[in-house]
Design a protein around this ligand. Structure first.
Ligand code: NAD
Ligand code: ZN
Length: 250
């Protein structure tokens, strides 16, 4: 990791009043949760777009639920890692902090982050497409038969996540956009930056003059908008940066 760049990022965070962060699957990688595009992200050789879509669900709800059941089972043992904890600490150190996540695993809240916009929903949420049921259910694996049925209308229940081709939850994108518009420093952590409209938030922040800081071991679609790019794992980089912010704010 470029220590000089990490110090510049920390100093900017220590001086800022408004900070926002956009996180993606890479933040949870160190918790043992595979990213979609990294190793272990494919399920039975299928691309996520073939499973996480309304078309896939209409065609074969059982198949889609088996995929989510597999993901829920892998998540059941996952705990927040150093990156989640550092972001929760940063929220306490900055006067105004907004965390926008594309992750559906709920690990930011578990680590203690209070203000979290879940752009793509939550994998533990189960809901009826007709609106009868919307609840958190941490059962994994779900008891057969799949798909689970709505107790009221008997239709198939679905995971409370946003699928490819679907609109974001009402209010979530608005809140995320406000976070991007108001930030002086905008962190982009562990996201490939290819899923829209989430990725556009970083461009919006950069266009409004925010200092965009990227943390990712690889070059991404958002590297070109970042003023500072840290090629490092999220846990290592964020722990070091937030330690320094903590010292500066003391
Ligand atoms: P992605 O899979 O497209 O990209 C993950 C990124 O994380 C990559 O750029 C990779 O280089 C980076 N990365 C890998 N290890 C890292 C580490 N240790 N530290 C920092 N970065 C690391 O994920 P995405 O951009 O979030 O978009 C994919 C979509 O998949 C999102 O909509 C998300 O909802 C969904 N998803 C969520 C989870 C989860 O909730 N944990 C897991 C997989 C996919
Ligand atoms: Zn129903």
């Amino acid at each position: 990791m470029d220590l000089d760049a990490a110090v510049r990022a920390a100093d900017a965070l220590a001086a800022a009043r408004r900070v926002s962060a956009l996180t993606g699957a890479g933040v949870s990688a160190e918790s043992g949760v595979p990213t979609f595009r990294g190793p272990g992200g494919l399920w039975e050789g299928r691309r996520p777009e073939e499973l996480a879509s309304p078309v896939a669900f209409a065609a074969d709800p059982e198949l889609v639920w088996r995929f989510y059941d597999w993901r829920r089972t892998r998540l059941a043992g996952a705990r927040p890692n150093a990156a989640h904890r550092a972001l929760a600490r940063l929220e306490q150190l900055v006067p105004s902090f907004e965390l926008v996540t594309q992750n559906v695993d709920g690990l930011h809240a578990e680590a203690g982050s209070r203000r979290v916009v879940e752009l793509h929903g939550n994998i533990w949420r189960v809901r009826c497409p007709r609106g009868c049921v919307d609840e958190i259910d941490r059962t994994a694996p779900l008891p057969p038969p799949l798909p689970p049925r709505c107790p009221r209308c008997r239709g198939p229940l679905r995971p409370g996540v946003v699928w490819f081709g679907e609109a974001l939850p009402p209010g979530a994108f608005e809140a995320a956009r406000r976070a991007a518009e108001s930030a002086e420093v905008f962190l982009v952590v562990g996201t490939s930056g290819v899923v829209e409209p989430a990725a556009s938030l970083a461009r919006l922040a950069a266009g409004r003059g925010a200092l965009v800081v990227e943390i990712n071991p690889d070059v991404t679609a958002l590297t070109d908008v970042a003023a500072i790019s840290l090629r490092a794992g999220a846990g290592e980089a964020l722990s070091a940066i937030v330690d320094r912010v903590e010292e500066a704010r003391r």
